[in-house]
Structure formats: C-alpha cells, structure tokens
Design a protein around this ligand. Structure first.
Ligand code: BGC
Length: 356
C-alpha cells in the first residue's frame, strides 16, 4: 500500500505531535483527546507548474488543520495535471481512511464522478478553488471578477501607454478547469466592448507555460504589426508569453496581464515586463477550507455565505496588483518578504517604488 501510495505521489503528513501514528493505510486511531478527534483529511491539488499549490496552498492548509485539530492528519497528493491520476489519488485517500476530500479538480467535469464515488462511501467533498458540481462545499474567489479585473487592468494599462485602438491576444487557462471559463468570460465582458480588437485567442492545455509560450511564438508573425496588449490568464502563462515576445524581438513589450501574484510576476511588474497580476490571498482560502473540512469530517454543516449551483460556498475577493500598489497589498500582507522581492537586480526599482 505504501508503495502504491508513493507511485501515486501521495504523502501522508502526520500532524499529531505524538508522531507515533505511522503513515500506513488504515482507519485513524482514536486518540481519546478532548475536542475534535483524530481525522484524516485528504488534500488533492491539481498541478505543480503553478507555484501557489506547493508554496502556499499545501503548507497553509496543513498548518490550518493542525491549528484547529492537532490530532488530524492530512493525506496530500498532487495530480500533475492528470485527471485519471487524481481519481486514483482520491480513491487511495479514501482507502487510507480519509473522512473528507478537499479537491482542486484537474478536470471539473470528470471530477463529478470522483465526488459521486466519494459520497457513495460517506465521504464528503470540498471543491477547493475550482468548482465541482454536486460537491458539499466550495471555497474560492469570485472568478468572474478575476477576469473583469484582468480585462479592466489591461485596458487601463493600454490607455496609460497612449494606445486607443489595436489588437489584443488572449491566452486563456486550461479548457478542463471551470475557473478558466470564468476568467475568460469576465475578461471578455470588458475587452469585447473596449474599443480594442481581440485578434486571436488560445485555451492553454494544462495551463502549461510552455504551451502558452509556443502559441505566442506561433502568433507573433501574424499579429505583431498591430499588437497592443496580451491577456494572459495567470502568471505562468504570462511568463511564457513574455518569453515568446522577447524571443521574437517585440520591443517595447505590450502590457501583459497575469494572476496569482507569483514572485517572478511581482518582479516582472517591478521591472516593467508585466503590467499586472491578480492577488488572491491564499491564507484565508486555505484556512476556510481547513475549518470546513474538519466540520464535515465531524458530520457538521459547513459555514457558507453564498451558494453556487446549490453548493454552499464562500467566495473571497481578488485584488488587482500593479506597480502602484505592490507595497500596499503583497508587502503589507507579508505575502513575500521584501528581501525576496527586491533582490540585487530589482533593488533600484524597488527603491523608486518605495518598496522597502
Ligand atoms: C487557479 C489559479 C491557477 C490556475 C492554474 C486556477 O484554477 O484559480 O490560481 O493559476 O488554476 O493552476
């Protein structure tokens, strides 16, 4: 079983301080402590090319579970963009005794089956960040608003650059991710009536920065003459697009959007290579998921303030980040240390922007 778990990329993080409860499969041992009893909670994340999952979601979720339930265990797995693998990981977690699944689906449609199978075994599912129909609870950001903020931010950057017309290309997210459709719809709702022309667009398989880069490279010849802006759905695809534009000799770079406030993107904003990103504070999201996972594992109802397609939900607020407000958002929130952002290469620009 342990071998199988390793093959699937599963890890079991024993969060109990006693540490004598090995990672073998089996039902969780009762600890007899007061308050919440030991529970196994599975965290199933979709990929690891986007920095947020391993750098923020996983450690913040584990810490939040530990804070509320010292004896609980998190069974963690990352599907590396493979929907079939995610299904196996969910099944393996249930076999190992997981009493609730917290899942960010690789493929929102096929994940419905994972949810049905889990629920048939009495295991509730939290749709984490990406919506899954039929789940028990959903915690995310207002993803249409993410797209609107990206679109509005791009238009503002174009106006600031003195461009009143011209072509935009759109590099959207993965076609299997429900969020990507919301980002795209939100951005279109702004860009389609903006006076700029959406000349070409691409749904990036797997959200892969390499795919985004290849597509941008393939377009440069056709669109360069009139290109004024690039909508990229997240910072990974933005990085791919910017590499393609630079490699293709496009100079000056047109404004490029992003999302996730990845460290590399914040540095690109500081240096002027990227116009904006969308900051989604992952800590409250992970904490909310942890709190509600513990509640569901204890057969209690989740706490929700919204509803999506009949699923109780919490939708957090995304924030647009440009040069002008890095200090008041990312830095004020201690999302990164200033020392990590303002390395030697960026020190002078950081000083100019008052980031210290
Ligand atoms: C998330 C983004 C992330 C993207 C790629 C989306 O569902 O909301 O934060 O950049 O997936 O993993």
């Amino acid at each position: 079983m342990v071998g199988a778990a390793l093959a699937l990329g599963l890890t079991v993080t024993g969060l109990a301080a006693c540490g004598d409860n090995g990672s073998d499969a089996g039902s969780s041992g009762a600890t007899g402590g007061s308050g919440d009893s030991a529970k196994k909670i599975a965290l199933l994340l979709p990929e690891n090319k986007t920095a947020r999952y391993e750098a923020f979601d996983k450690p913040l979720f584990e810490a939040a579970v530990k804070a509320d339930c010292a004896d609980c265990e998190v069974i963690y797995s990352n599907a590396n963009q493979d929907a079939a693998k995610q299904q196996q990981q969910a099944e393996a977690a249930i076999t190992q005794g997981a009493e609730v699944l917290v899942m960010s689906a690789v493929d929102g449609k096929s994940a419905v089956t994972i949810v049905q199978n889990a629920k048939a075994q009495g295991v509730p599912v939290i749709a984490y960040d990406r919506f899954i129909a039929g789940s028990d609870y959903y915690v995310s950001f207002d993803n249409k608003k993410v797209g609107e903020l990206q679109g509005t931010g791009l238009v503002e950057a174009l106006k600031a650059a003195g461009k009143t017309s011209g072509d935009i290309v759109m590099i959207n997210g993965s076609p299997t991710d429900a969020n990507a459709a919301d980002f795209k719809a939100g951005a279109h709702s702004v860009l389609d009536s903006s006076g700029y022309t959406v000349k070409a667009e691409f749904d990036t398989p797997d959200w892969s920065p390499d795919n985004a880069q290849e597509w941008m490279e393939s377009q440069i010849g056709a669109v360069q003459a009139n290109l004024v802006g690039v909508y990229a759905a997240n910072d990974g695809t933005a990085g791919g697009a910017i590499a393609a534009l630079k490699g293709g000799g496009v100079n000056p770079l047109p404004p490029v959007t992003g999302q996730d406030a990845e460290l590399a993107a914040i540095q690109r904003i500081i240096s002027g290579d990227q116009a904006l990103t969308i900051y989604k504070a992952i800590k409250p999201q992970a904490e909310d998921a942890a709190k509600n996972a513990i509640a569901l594992a204890n057969k209690q109802k989740p706490t929700a303030s919204a509803d999506k397609e009949g699923v109780p939900a919490t939708l957090l607020d995304p924030v647009v980040v440009t040069k002008a407000n890095i200090k008041d958002t990312i830095v004020a929130d201690k999302f990164y240390d200033v020392a990590d952002i303002c390395t030697a290469e960026y020190a002078a620009k950081c000083t100019e922007l008052g980031i210290s």
